[in-house]
Design a protein around this ligand. Structure first.
Ligand code: DSN
Length: 424
């Protein structure tokens, strides 16, 4: 691992060898420090993870699994991958873990391709109601390979419509039922999912990519405790690790999952990423991380309350996890793209978001998505979320008032100056 002195020297070298790249790096560091990241799938990774990503493990090819590699020279890679697998199983109470997926999409693809045959039916959340691209968007390869059928949310609280889900399962006989979402602010009734799956003989998969850190921190339910066959999670969101994915499953699926990841879908795993994942899983097992997870939820509640106090309309009326979806059309008379652009101008980074059965297209949807994992990682608390809620409402009520937006940007910078980004 490099010392700080080495890293500083390498940065100086980079400034000389590639000033364009170095300048972009510096600008990105400034952007992250001066602004505030509110996209719910983004976070600041544990600072301890960064040196491992730039470590000697990046030089090694390790196709295969510990004790069963194709190339020589694996004593150290076997140690780190074994540690990562054991830690993943302990933290998530899983029987089996694969830690090699390069990121979220190959992770989910590996599950489908490992446990199903092309053409099989998968029951998953409608995308506009909170599902993810890899849950069968027609533009994704998985959407073309498998027959996806849909369930949706219902009512003012925006809960999953479990009654309709059960009816669809009984009618369609899916081989797999997927739960897990990108923009669903409610808790999931995993027991109900498992009960429905058992009735129709389907496998169950929970993609907890967004809330993996909150499951690890014991503030949200763990689907594996309810008998799920498979749980997937990315490692770089609420878990605060490197970019990557984990597949956790029942022991009986382990062989099929391993073969599906490698050699089925991927070549050599990124061993620097696996090393960083092993460390992440150790850090996520600490009491400090449980406090972090609790604070993510408390901050989401505080942000939700602040927005409601400023008459902002939230899809589902509130949140039970780390994310919120605002209806920007009904709240401010502007679409989500415009809202995102306005907030960019005051250094608050968010993302436009489709809302359930959105009449508008995804490039100009009716909503905006916010989340609290990143501000919480900077040490912000509920009082700071009240400020952020006020700033958002004020900016979106005056989207074309340059002087007002400039004042709000100054307020954002005063706030972020008090909370350094971990690791920068
Ligand atoms: N891009 C991530 C999200 O925002 O949900 C998942 O791919």
């Amino acid at each position: 691992m490099s010392s700080n002195m080495d890293l500083n020297r390498l940065r100086e070298d980079l400034a000389h060898k590639d000033p364009d790249l170095f300048s972009a790096l510096r600008s990105e560091e400034d952007r992250q420090q001066l602004g505030l990241e509110l996209i719910p799938s983004e976070n600041y990774c544990f600072p301890e993870v960064l040196p491992l990503l730039g470590s000697a493990f990046t030089n090694k090819y390790s196709e295969g699994y510990p004790g069963r590699r194709y190339y020589g020279g694996q004593p150290n890679t076997d140690i780190i991958e074994t540690l990562a697998r054991e830690r993943a199983c302990t933290l998530f109470r899983a029987e089996y873990a694969n830690v090699q997926p390069l990121s979220g999409s190959p992770m989910n693809q590996a599950v489908y391709l490992g446990l199903l045959e092309p053409g099989d039916t998968i029951l998953a959340m409608d995308l506009s109601h909170g599902g993810h691209l890899t849950h069968g968007a027609p533009v994704s390869h998985m959407g073309r390979l498998f027959n996806f059928v849909r369930y949706k949310t219902i009512g003012a609280r925006g809960d999953i419509d479990y009654t309709a889900l059960e009816e669809t399962a009984l009618k369609e006989h899916p081989k797999l039922i997927v739960c897990g979402h990108s923009s669903y602010p409610r808790e999931v009734d995993y027991a109900r999912f498992q009960e429905i799956a058992d009735k129709v003989g389907a496998l169950t998969m929970a993609d907890v990519s967004h809330v993996g850190g909150l499951v690890a921190g014991d503030v949200l339910e763990n689907p594996l405790d309810h008998g799920f066959d498979v749980m997937t999670t990315t490692t770089h969101k609420s878990l605060r690790g490197p970019r990557g994915g984990l597949i956790l499953c029942k022991a009986k699926h382990g062989k099929a999952i391993d073969a599906s990841v490698f050699p089925g879908l991927q070549g050599g795993p990124h061993m620097n990423q696996v090393a960083a994942t092993a460390l992440t899983l150790k850090l996520a097992a600490t009491d400090d991380f449980k406090v972090y997870a609790r604070n993510v939820l408390a901050n989401a509640q505080a942000l939700s309350q602040a927005l409601c106090d400023h008459q902002v309309q939230l899809i589902t009326g509130g949140t039970e996890n780390h994310l919120l979806v605002l209806n920007t059309v009904s709240s401010f008379g502007i679409d989500g793209r415009k809202a995102q652009e306005v907030l960019d101008r005051i250094e608050l980074t968010t993302n436009k978001q489709v809302i359930p059965d959105d009449p508008n297209p995804p490039v100009r949807p009716s909503g905006l998505r916010l989340g609290t994992p990143a501000p919480t990682a900077r040490g912000m608390g509920e009082a700071d979320m009240a400020i952020v809620g006020r700033l958002i409402a004020s900016a979106l009520r005056h989207p074309d008032d340059d002087a007002h937006l400039a004042d709000l940007a100054t307020e954002v910078q005063a706030l972020t100056a008090r909370f350094p980004v971990p690791g920068l």
